[in-house]
Design a protein around this ligand. Structure first.
Ligand code: ZN
Length: 314
């Protein structure tokens, strides 16, 4: 049995949130449908932030409801607070991703409260979810951004990452996401942080969320795989960028990640060629958005055989 790696597309949220041009709702839904058809089983489709804060997500309700009509797709959304959780529950979204920053300065700038207060907010969100009928409870994810570095504070202590991961799990998180929000991480640091987090909260899924801002993205994935991480975020065409580094690369590129994992013999469930075709939907809809991706430029290696077929013939 090949080991399965769980992938989550985050381009519609992390990728689009800093892009000034609104992607029409029907284009977002076409992207979601096409990527789901390529085998992507989980997509973070939007963010329940106030539309006046990020107009790109003014259609959060329509995008969520459209995505929920796709059979077999886990529909996730980011929530900044309790109000966001309420919106998600009312819509019937499958998974809510709560995000707080490990870095005090980053959290203050983002949500105007210290990280300890964000943990209190998270407890209230979990209480709200627990009050829902069992069959209507979304999975609640605790996300730790700036866990591998902060654009205000620089290095972030591993002990702080472990502390907040532990507190989110004690508060009731079903999963944890550890994020290198600004793309500072290197593979050695990834091993150090993820080993420490897994030692404390490894009983629940721990996902890695890397940005390729400084070119270390896939190397960091490899380091996380070595630690036993099997859940990864990425975005199609590496959409994402970084508000602190204009013109920089964004999230790790989903197509390149799928190729690397498939080459290594992991099972992603994704048809890489169909995934690459989805890029054209984005290029048509947002001609001005920067698109990354080595595989899309170079193509698959000559006579490349997908891991699933290799496994059959072996
Ligand atoms: Zn991110």
């Amino acid at each position: 049995m090949r080991q399965h790696i769980t992938l989550r597309e985050v381009g519609l949220r992390d990728g689009l949130q800093i892009h000034p041009t609104f992607m029409p709702t029907e284009d977002k839904l076409a992207w979601i449908a096409a990527e789901a058809a390529s085998g992507m089983r989980e997509i973070e489709v939007t963010s329940y932030v106030p539309p006046k804060l990020i107009p790109q997500f003014a259609d959060a309700e329509a995008v969520t409801l459209g995505a929920l009509r796709i059979p077999g797709l886990t529909v996730a959304a980011l929530i900044p607070n309790l109000r966001g959780a309420q919106r998600g529950i009312e819509l019937g979204v499958h998974k809510l991703n709560f995000v707080m920053s490990v870095s005090e300065t980053h959290n203050m700038k983002n949500v105007r409260r210290p990280p300890a207060d964000s943990v209190i907010d998270f407890r209230a969100i979990v209480e709200l979810i627990k009050r829902q009928p069992a069959n209507q409870r979304p999975i609640i994810v605790g996300g730790l951004s700036t866990a591998l570095g902060c654009s205000y504070e620089g290095r972030v202590a591993v002990s702080q990452v472990v502390k907040y991961a532990t507190q989110l799990v004690e508060a009731g998180a079903d999963e944890i996401v550890v994020a290198d929000t600004v793309g500072y991480a290197d593979p050695n640091q990834v091993r150090e942080v993820f080993k420490a987090v897994l030692a404390e909260v490894g009983k629940i899924p721990v996902a890695a969320h890397f940005h390729d801002t400084r070119g270390t993205g896939l190397a960091n994935v490899s380091a996380a795989l070595d630690c036993g991480i099997t859940h990864f975020d990425a975005s199609l065409a590496g959409l994402g960028g970084c508000p602190f580094a204009p013109g920089a690369s964004g999230n790790i590129v989903m197509e390149d990640l799928c190729f690397m994992l498939d080459s290594m013999g992991f099972d992603t469930g994704v048809d890489i060629e169909r995934l690459i075709e989805v890029r054209s939907l984005i290029a048509r809809s947002l001609p001005d958005i920067p698109m990354q991706g080595a595989l899309a430029k170079a193509g698959l290696p000559r006579n490349y055989v997908m891991a699933a077929a290799r496994a059959v013939s072996a």
